[in-house]
Ligand binder design. Sequence first.
Ligand SMILES: [Zn+2]
Length: 137
Amino acid sequence: MKHSISIFWRDRENHYKLLITKCRNCGKSSYPKLKRCPYCGSTNVEVVESKGRGTLVNYTITYFRVDGSEAMLPKVIGLVKLDEGVKVPAEIVDVPDLSSLKPGLEVEAVLRKYSSDDPHGLIYYGLKFIPSIIKKQ
Ligand SMILES: [Zn+2]
């Protein structure tokens, strides 16, 4: 997928950090970063950065074909509940065995390649999640 360099640059903070809106009025948190609380409508909110750890709520596996190949590769899309209490949709990568995926699996955010314009073009990075057990090894 082609990205606009200027749009990606302007939105870079949301690609490299998990920013959560915390409401000072009702105390609830939400994702993504907002200027107004989606629960009570208050603008008395603060933006905090998540530590990037959480658990897998659920996931789905899709398969895609790489250009010039007949092989279908798996891509795991999960819903992660961060330790701060909000849910984030994200790609789950570095899964050694797809059968090890299950709700409740501990995961953490890592910076990974999203896409590139072409073999010699810009490379876009963003946050994805890996099973925490991989980092402990
Ligand atoms: Zn609120």
